[in-house]
Write a protein that binds this ligand. Sequence first.
Ligand code: ZN
Length: 133
Amino acid sequence: MNKIEHIGIAVKDLEKSNKLFAALFGKPNYKIEEVTSEGVKTAFFKSGPNKIELLQATHSESPIAKFIEKKGEGIHHIAFAVSDIVSETKRLQKEGFVVLNETPKKGADNKVVVFLHPKSTNGVLVELCQEIE
Ligand code: ZN
């Protein structure tokens, strides 16, 4: 597992939060992308070497809608860059972590992603992500 690739924040109103985070970082997001399969609309910000992903649900069955219903807005996941997502997923399964999707799926920002269930990671949803070449 390599560096933190980004931190994901669940928001209710992406347009509003885009303005808020643009004011926070002093510059606008560099990308807005909808991931239909996940039921989310995302916006990405850069602050120095760090990346923040804002996620808004696009329908009520979206994992983000359910998260906000339970916990309210806030930090949703921490994403780590990996160089070989398949072997890293296998390694973590062997270590006893609960993997939500064994087969890497297409995420936002040109990545394939695998999620670890928060029940096996002290309540933190962990995303592994690998850049699509
Ligand atoms: Zn993410």
